[in-house]
Design a protein around this ligand. Structure first.
Ligand code: ATP
Length: 316
């Protein structure tokens, strides 16, 4: 095969707790990540020359070395120089459906698709853990984006424990097109404001992790109970994003007043999601939100929980 077309799924965070500092300067996190079927399309074509080309249809996403898809291909070329020399470089075309700078891991999932796609095109036969180790060199969310589904992520986000599949749940997503939040800003601001409460000892971090593992969110996921999961949605980064961006709080209130199971900002924001338990309910909430907030800057999506992240795009 010289061509693969892949779908690369976004993620939401059902839970995001900042535990403390790590010796490498990153934050120690405990997160529950969930893939959803809002996905970018990532096409990869072998071009028989020793170059990496990226095209992207989103005006704010660079098509050069700054693009995470490019960096993933470059990493693969450095790691597997024989395959790169023998089978040639690659042309990558990214069609964005996932909003950018939204807390939905859009760039990370594109990078994960390139790792998976080049493994297929170059016939490397890498295992999922090997692809995840490569992904961890580029970004903390990429290992999850390689496997997807529902998972507990600890460390920087690179240690993953799969959790029971939560297929059948739906979310409505809301984001103002003109509003983006830089992930670096969110974590730096959190450190400035709440860093004195950080846990840094090895023992302290282990204890916090085990509390998350035995906590209410894990119990709700084990029972696959959307209403209980919704009661335990949690995101520390709301503590910095909500005071700075009142629009996010307003979206949450609008969702709450429509009787959703629960609502939360995803990751570093600014996307807000509302959890509901059927597609019909999701459509109702989206339609009511659209009528209540006719602002053309507001984008709304209905998405379903999925059990995978990267999959081959099979056109209907
Ligand atoms: P996360 O949830 O992992 O924090 P995010 O959804 O907040 O990520 P992204 O959409 O991944 O953020 O984009 C953040 C930045 O990365 C943007 O400034 C964007 O220009 C850059 N970027 C690089 N490559 C890509 C890509 N393939 N897709 C989207 N953004 C990219």
């Amino acid at each position: 095969m010289r061509f693969y077309s892949l779908l690369a799924a976004a993620k939401i965070n059902l839970y995001l707790e900042i535990i403390g500092d790590r010796p490498d300067g990153f934050h120690e996190l405990a997160m529950v990540m969930q893939s959803i079927d809002l996905a970018d399309r990532v096409d990869l074509r072998l071009i028989g020359t020793d170059t990496i080309l990226v095209h992207c249809d989103h005006p704010e996403v660079p098509a050069d070395r700054r693009n995470l898809a490019y960096r993933a291909a470059e990493l693969m070329a450095n790691q597997f120089p024989d395959a790169f020399a023998r089978l040639g470089g690659v042309e990558i075309t990214v069609r964005k459906n996932i909003p950018v700078g939204a807390g939905l891991a859009g760039g990370s999932t594109n990078a994960a698709a390139v790792l998976v796609g080049l493994d297929l095109l170059w016939q490397l036969g890498l295992t999922q853990p090997e692809l995840q180790d490569l992904g961890a060199q580029l970004g903390s969310d990429i290992p999850f984006c390689v496997s997807g589904g529902t998972a507990l992520a600890t460390g920087r986000g690179e240690f993953l424990d799969p959790l029971p599949d939560l297929d059948g749940a739906f979310v409505v997503l809301a984001k103002y097109r003109s509003l983006s939040i830089s992930t670096a800003w969110a974590y730096q601001t959190y450190r400035q404001q709440f860093g004195t409460a950080y846990v840094s000892s090895h023992e302290g971090i282990r204890e916090r992790r085990s509390q998350v593992r035995s906590g209410a969110m894990m119990a709700a996921i084990a029972q696959r109970h959307p209403a209980q999961i919704a009661q335990h949605l949690y995101n520390d980064l709301e503590r910095v994003a909500l005071p700075q961006y009142p629009q996010i709080q307003h979206l949450k209130e609008q969702f709450q007043s429509r009787g959703v199971l629960g609502t939360m900002m995803s990751g570093s924001g600014p996307t807000v999601f509302a959890l509901v338990d059927s597609e019909a309910e999701a459509q109702r909430v989206r339609n009511e939100m659209r009528m209540a907030l006719p602002d053309p800057d507001l984008e709304l999506w209905v998405a379903k929980f999925t059990t995978t992240s990267i999959k081959i795009n099979e056109p209907a």
